[in-house]
Design a protein around this ligand. Structure first.
Ligand SMILES: [Zn+2]
Length: 360
């Protein structure tokens, strides 16, 4: 047994071909992606700027006649018939000097773009480098006029807003080219609505697969693999593999809490590994492969402990949940070749497949 274990430990990870590639089909489920047109009564999540929170709302459907009653003819032609207004045709409303503002959907009032993300593109249409939240817009391929473009729609009422292009300024490099007439400016909003970025750190076995899954989750902005929780400063992968440094292989995640909550990240975390095995994930054995949540603040700790308790009570897994919940310590980034490992190899992950362990 000893020999077998140490063989497994020293074996290059890439050779550990587990199985069940087909389960990759489950990816869209955790990405919150739906390819189908939503049915009536469908609920969606959008970010509400005035309360600074994601909320669940019902999609809005109206007949053309109903839209005509509440929109001007110009608004109707652009938002419902997808016409494009002439450049420089409309004056985009601006907040009072020094003020903040939110541009909302003229049809349904959904928050779409912050005034702070508006920039002068010279195109004659209002341009933004990012939406209030990715939740609040919907992108669909538009093949009209012999071009292939990405159309920007209001996520709640499907109003046509404009198109998105890849020639925008930093930090996103995107240009949301929007029809003036599709927008209305809402009163100044409190300052605390600016983009927030939170950090989460999880250990769930070999970090290659863990990173691959989180990278595909909407609202996850960056991922970095590395080591945390041990004593050795600046450990190398080789150091950590000795199982003597005390470090765990972890993925550090920066995420937009307006798009994905900490609870949702935890949901993915539980879904992609077996939290009942101590210092082990499948063939990966050693304390570096332990199941661990490194929390970054009291709120995360509270949420993580509650989630663990709930999971235990649900009996989804046989046996106790072994996941440690401990304060985040210094994060040491792993060597470059470990970052986005599967992406660089051009292969799909063979471990940490979502839902693989659900039936345990
Ligand atoms: Zn709308």
């Amino acid at each position: 047994m000893r020999i077998a274990e140490s063989m497994v430990r020293t074996m290059p990870k890439v050779k550990r071909n587990y199985k069940a590639l087909a389960v990759l089909l489950a990816f869209p489920l955790i990405m919150g992606v739906s390819m189908k047109e939503p049915a009536k009564g469908t609920k969606i999540k959008i970010f509400n700027s005035s309360i600074g929170k994601v909320e669940e709302v019902e999609k809005i459907y109206k007949t053309n006649d109903e839209w005509k009653k509440i929109l001007t003819p110009e608004q109707y032609r652009v938002t419902r018939l997808k016409e494009t207004e002439r450049p420089f045709s409309g004056q985009c409303p601006l907040p009072p000097k020094g003020g903040a503002g939110i541009y909302q959907c003229v049809c349904c009032g959904t928050d779409l773009f912050r005034y702070e993300s508006k920039f002068e593109s010279g195109t004659g249409w209002p341009s933004f480098f990012e939406p209030v939240s990715e939740l609040n817009i919907r992108l669909v391929t538009d093949k009209s006029f012999g071009m292939q473009r990405l159309e920007v729609l209001c996520a709640r009422c499907d109003a046509h807003l404009g198109h998105i292009f890849d020639d925008g300024p930093a930090p996103t490099g995107k240009r949301y080219c929007i029809n003036t007439i599709a927008l209305k400016l809402a009163a100044a909003m409190p300052k605390n609505i600016t983009k927030q970025i939170d950090t989460a750190t999880f250990g769930a076995g070999c970090f290659w697969g863990v990173e691959a899954v989180f990278r595909k989750s909407k609202g996850v902005l960056t991922t970095t693999v590395g080591f945390m929780g041990g004593n050795l400063k600046n450990p190398s992968y080789k150091d950590v593999c000795t199982d003597k440094t005390g470090h765990a292989e972890v993925v550090q995640i920066e995420y937009d809490p307006k798009v994905i909550s900490y609870e949702e990240l935890l949901g993915i975390f539980w879904d992609i590994h077996d939290p009942t095995t101590v210092n082990r994930q499948g063939p990966d054995i050693g304390s570096q492969y332990r199941s661990v949540i490194f929390y970054h603040n009291a709120e995360q700790e509270k949420i993580a402990r509650a989630a663990k308790e709930k999971l235990e009570k649900s009996r989804r897994f046989k046996g106790l949940i072994a996941t440690e919940i401990v304060p985040a310590k210094e994060f040491y980034k792993a060597e470059e070749y470990h970052q986005r490992y599967y992406e660089k190899q051009g292969i799909e992950p063979v471990c940490h497949l979502p839902g693989k362990l659900k039936k345990k």
